[in-house]
Design a protein around this ligand. Structure first.
Ligand code: NAD
Ligand code: DAU
Length: 348
């Protein structure tokens, strides 16, 4: 039986990946290592927590002794590394926390994996899940490809860029087999409501202002989280050693256009008068160092591995809104306490 360690499996994307792997691969033992920070929630994994091929381990990836003993005990064949501090606005408030988890935490995992297998890498793989933000910002035209130079602008993207470099360095220096993927903005169920789409859905439900940064003309490429999880499955099993794959939705939206579409869908689903949700749009102070535009060229993963997104944005967004409307308790539980303090500080 293959033993696969998934880090950050109680978070947004990680919980989709854990669910997919536990259900699809009964012949794998899936270990989910997560510190359960504000962003990690075991409720996300209720559907699979009793399965025999699944084990949850609470722990911090920056804890070197703990992580090393875990690798020695379980002798993981593969690692799919998602654990991270992931929110750009929080990285502006507390950059050191991002350096610690995203850089040091990744190095601790790499080091433990190297210690275990350095004499025989056969059948082993370290898969590092990263972001398109490492490439920096595009102007009005052009796309990020796998050979675009790194040019990160936020403490979050700088920490992710650094972790990508360390993964490559372990590959070159110690012969560690690895793959990296850099993905665009994800949306879907179980996303913590600090990110644009779930934050705005939650605010519309509660008739709160929708804080659009700057002029709202920033552009992102949006991908349904289940499509990202399927891409991760493909890259893990069929990606070429020491290669990078860009993953994106072929789906660019200016923030203000996305918010307008979201408001229209919310009015319909809540049976509110047309324009009710859009009236909540409020332009607020811009994010410092705000990247103008991200857009992914996902030709390589499409041509080499046959991956493409399975849903349109309108379908994915509608499904996402329905999930949040059905799971208000989930949102209410995680947005109390510490989150309220963060919200006040961020949007005072
Ligand atoms: P998330 O914030 O929802 O989840 C992160 C998870 O990591 C949480 O469960 C948290 O408890 C855990 N974690 C944080 N610090 C930890 C530590 N020190 N030790 C162990 N566990 C820890 O993040 P997400 O949005 O699901 O992103 C997952 C990964 O995908 C990240 O590496 C992120 O950079 C990358 N990514 C995210 C997106 C996106 O749009 N959300 C896009 C591309 C890439
Ligand atoms: O591109 C991939 C990245 O996408 C991931 O690596 C990150 O983990 C993920 O958080 C996401 O980063 P963004 O900064 O693009 O996502 P966010 O949802 O925070 O913001 C999306 C856009 O919406 C961005 O231009 C900022 C804007 N925004 C965001 C918030 C939270 C607002 O206008 N108002 C807001 O309140």
């Amino acid at each position: 039986m293959k033993k696969i360690l998934i880090t950050g499996g109680a978070g947004f994307i990680g919980s989709h990946v854990v669910r997919l792997f536990v259900n699809k691969y009964p012949n794998y033992m899936i270990y989910n290592l997560d510190a359960l920070t504000y962003a990690g929630n075991l409720e996300n994994l209720k559907a699979i927590e009793q399965q025999e091929n699944y084990t949850f381990i609470k722990g911090d990836i920056t804890d070197e002794l703990f992580v090393e003993s875990l690798f020695q005990e379980h002798r993981f064949d593969g690692v799919i590394h998602l654990a991270a501090e992931s929110h750009v606005d929080r990285s502006i408030l507390d950059p050191l926390a991002f350096a610690k988890t995203n850089i040091l935490g990744t190095m601790v995992l790499l080091n433990s994996f190297k210690k275990l297998w350095k004499d025989n890498w056969e059948g082993k793989l370290f898969y590092h899940v990263s972001t398109d933000e490492v490439y920096g910002s595009l102007r009005e035209t052009g796309l990020f490809t796998e050979t675009t130079s790194y040019d990160p602008n936020s403490p979050y993207s700088a920490s992710k860029a650094s972790s990508d470099h360390f993964v490559r360095a372990y590959g070159e220096t110690y012969g560690m087999p690895y793959v990296i993927s850099n993905c665009s903005n994800n949306y879907g169920s179980y996303q913590f409501p600090e990110k644009l789409i779930p934050l705005f859905i939650n605010n519309i439900i509660n008739n709160k202002a929708l804080p659009v940064y700057g002029d709202g003309n920033y552009t992102r490429d949006w991908l349904f989280v289940e499509d990202h999880a399927m891409a991760i499955d493909l890259v893990f099993h069929e990606g070429k050693n020491h290669e990078t794959y860009n993953i994106g939705g072929f789906n660019e939206w200016k923030n203000i256009d996305l918010v307008t579409l979201l408001c229209q869908q919310m009015d319909e689903k809540l049976n509110r008068k047309k324009g009710t949700s859009a009236a909540l749009i409020t332009y607020v102070k811009d994010r410092p160092g705000h990247d103008l535009r991200y857009a992914i060229d996902a030709t390589k993963i499409n041509k080499e591995l046959g991956w493409k997104p399975s849903v349109t944005f309108e379908e994915g967004l509608s499904e996402t809104i329905d999930w949040y409307l059905k799971n208000k308790e989930w949102t209410n539980r995680i947005t109390s306490g510490a989150y309220e303090k963060y919200y006040e500080q961020q949007y005072q």
